[in-house]
Design a protein around this ligand. Structure first.
Ligand SMILES: NC(=O)c1ccc[n+]([C@@H]2O[C@H](COP(=O)([O-])OP(=O)(O)OC[C@H]3O[C@@H](n4cnc5c(N)ncnc54)[C@H](O)[C@@H]3O)[C@@H](O)[C@H]2O)c1
Length: 283
């Protein structure tokens, strides 16, 4: 089975730099590639800032920080990824862009190199099919912020081989994460359950069954959720929640995924949550 010692990462944004930090902190070498030097440097600076916060909390030492950063090579050249046994694609969520990147990687990387994608919403089976190594292609869905969140959903496309699955699962365990194995389907496991729950909270609100504060208190105190569904919707972005429901509605052809009309109204009004200063709550 492939032993992963060097990980390539496409994208130095929120998820890419988080994955890079998690890998390098666990002793793996990392090559993190973005489209320009500014994006790469921003990613590296974010990692340095995150490690500084861990030093302040006395979770790591300054020597740990230096060693972690020394294992990360920032680059704007895809050629530098040839040293990796696994390349994780964490670029912007856009189907055409991901297809372009995956074709480029597939043409460049040695045949045995595994490729994973961190996509939240695109079919792993579909992305695997654009490469000539569909059996060596898999989904690795990390959660934000990566260094803090324990879960990785490992998503098997229809074509993914057992050896690819096992290598990637072992690597996730080596990062100190808890992997769960999921078959490819829209939303995988976590978002498939989470986003319809948030959508239902909007129906409950729209029906006037309770105030937003009471709906959130109900789910926090009754289900031990750390945050209520409406406050969570404001954090995620109401537009993102609506887009996800629209994908489920279209993909499953099932009316149980009907987006709540109130959610649609609020998005149309520009009440997108924290990022727009107003969602269910005012900020
Ligand atoms: N943000 C989250 O909470 C979250 C959680 C799980 C999964 N994801 C998924 O992770 C992926 C990345 O999301 P993000 O939030 O980090 O986005 P982001 O916008 O923060 O970062 C994306 C990065 O990709 C870079 N990029 C674009 N085209 C590129 C190319 N051709 N080559 C190399 N780099 C390129 C961009 O310059 C940018 O730095 C998406 O597929 C998203 O769905 C995001």
């Amino acid at each position: 089975m492939t032993t992963i010692e060097t990980v390539g990462i496409i994208g130095a944004g929120t998820m890419g730099n988080g994955i890079a930090q998690a890998c390098a902190s666990s002793g793996l070498r990392v090559v993190m590639v973005d489209i320009n030097e500014a994006a790469v440097q921003k990613g590296v600076a974010t990692i340095a800032g995150s490690l500084d916060r861990l030093i302040k909390k006395e979770k790591i030492t300054t020597a740990d920080k230096d060693a972690t950063l020394a294992r990360i090579q920032g680059s704007t050249h895809y050629d530098d990824l040839k040293a990796a046994q696994l390349v994780i694609e964490a670029a912007t969520e856009n189907l055409e862009l991901k297809i372009k990147i995956l074709r480029q990687l597939d043409g460049l990387l040695p045949a045995e190199t595994l490729i994973a994608t961190n996509t939240s919403s695109i079919s792993i089976t579909q992305l695997a099919a654009v490469t000539s190594r569909a059996d060596r292609f898999i989904g690795m869905h990390f959660f934000n912020p990566v260094p803090m969140m324990a879960l990785v959903e490992i998503i098997r496309g229809l074509q993914t081989s057992d050896t690819t699955h096992d290598a990637v699962r072992n690597m996730a365990l080596a990062l100190g994460k808890t992997p769960i194995t999921v078959k490819n389907a829209p939303g995988f496991v976590v978002n498939r359950i989470l986003v319809p729950m948030i959508n239902e909270a909007f129906f409950v609100l729209a029906e006037g069954l309770a105030t937003p504060e009471d709906i959130d208190a109900g789910m926090k105190l009754g289900c031990n959720h750390p945050i209520g569904p409406l406050a969570l919707a404001d954090m995620i972005g109401l537009d993102v929640c609506l887009a996800v429901m629209n994908v489920y509605f279209a993909e499953f052809n099932d009316s149980k995924y009907r987006p709540c009309p109130l959610l649609k109204e609020m998005v149309a009004a520009g009440f997108l949550g924290r990022k727009s200063g107003r969602g269910v709550y005012a900020y």
